[in-house]
Design a protein around this ligand. Structure first.
Ligand code: ATP
Ligand code: MG
Length: 271
């Protein structure tokens, strides 16, 4: 017995260290996962219970047909999003436009589960998903912002997310011969603002997601290059594309949603 007690006392610091290391790795992986988009790791370490509701939701939305906002409202400081009601449907592209502070990025923050809504309902394929959007977004959405994260690695590793995505998909594209060939050997941190945006768009285009949320992703791209990039985005196989833009061309989208002070001012179908 004393031998066993001595053994335990001797081993406790090792066990404590092992536990600390395990917990640290779990926290690190969970944090990395949010950036790197590996839902499997998130599921392992997240606080969400993988209950029947999540399984049902994930099983029923493998193919996202529509995302509905019904009277969605929330407050953010002085700002109020009021009764936002709109349905985004597959095979459509939406320009989300309006003045600074109108609430455009707030819609993306809601869609990616960054902020909870206070009133209303959000449904995917008719299933209520309030509270589960972070999990859905991680699995099915590709989100690019004006200044997206670029890894301190070469261009190819960044575009393919370290070989997670298949670059062959864009090798044949004329964008590759026209722009990429001169970027591939550069360290991505050395790229210009517009080049970094092109990198993010390309990466998104080969990610095989179902919903694409672009927030001012072309703002630093010069006018001449922009027409090629626009053509590329328009030909992307996006299930649902929602793009926030201050400088947009109606003909690039099937719908325009104009926001003003947290409300939809106009929504028109132009397809
Ligand atoms: N984290 C936050 N806390 C408090 N208020 C916020 C927060 N984020 C945004 N807001 C406020 O919400 C309002 C809408 O912001 P949002 O980012 O959605 O605007 P936007 O339409 O995307 O504008 P822009 O075109 O300038 O990007 C703004 O008044 C902003 O100050
Ligand atoms: Mg914004």
């Amino acid at each position: 017995m004393p031998t066993v007690i001595c053994f335990c006392i001797n081993k406790i610091p090792i066990i404590a260290k092992a536990l600390t290391v395990t917990i640290s790795i779990a926290i690190l992986l969970t944090t990395l996962d949010r950036d790197l988009n590996f839902p499997q790791i998130y599921f392992l370490f997240s606080n969400h219970d993988i209950d029947d509701k999540i399984s049902a939701i994930i099983n029923n939305i493998r193919n996202i047909e529509r995302i509905e906002f019904q009277n969605v409202s929330l407050k953010r400081g002085d700002f109020e999003l009021k009764d936002f009601t709109f349905t985004f449907e597959k095979n459509n592209s939406y320009a989300l436009v309006g003045h600074s502070g109108a609430g455009k990025s707030t819609i993306f923050d809601i869609l990616t589960g960054l902020i909870p809504i206070e009133q209303g309902v959000i449904k995917v394929n008719g299933i209520e998903v309030n509270g589960y959007l972070d999990i859905i977004a991680m699995q099915y959405f590709s989100v690019i912002k004006q200044h997206s994260h670029i890894f301190d690695a070469d261009f190819m590793d960044n575009v393919t997310n370290f070989s997670a995505y298949n670059f062959d998909d864009i090798k044949q594209n004329r964008l590759h011969t026209k722009f990429l060939s001169r970027l591939v050997n550069k360290n991505s941190q050395d790229l210009s603002g517009g080049e970094k945006q092109m990198l993010s768009i390309l990466k998104s285009s080969i990610s095989n997601k179902q919903v694409y949320l672009f927030d001012e992703v072309c703002s630093a791209i010069d006018k001449k290059t922009l027409s090629d990039i626009r053509a590329y985005i328009n030909n992307m196989n996006c299930g649902i594309l929602i793009e926030i833009s201050h400088h947009f061309n109606c003909s690039d989208y099937s719908h325009i949603i104009e926001m003003e002070n947290g409300r939809i001012k106009h929504a028109k179908n132009i397809s």
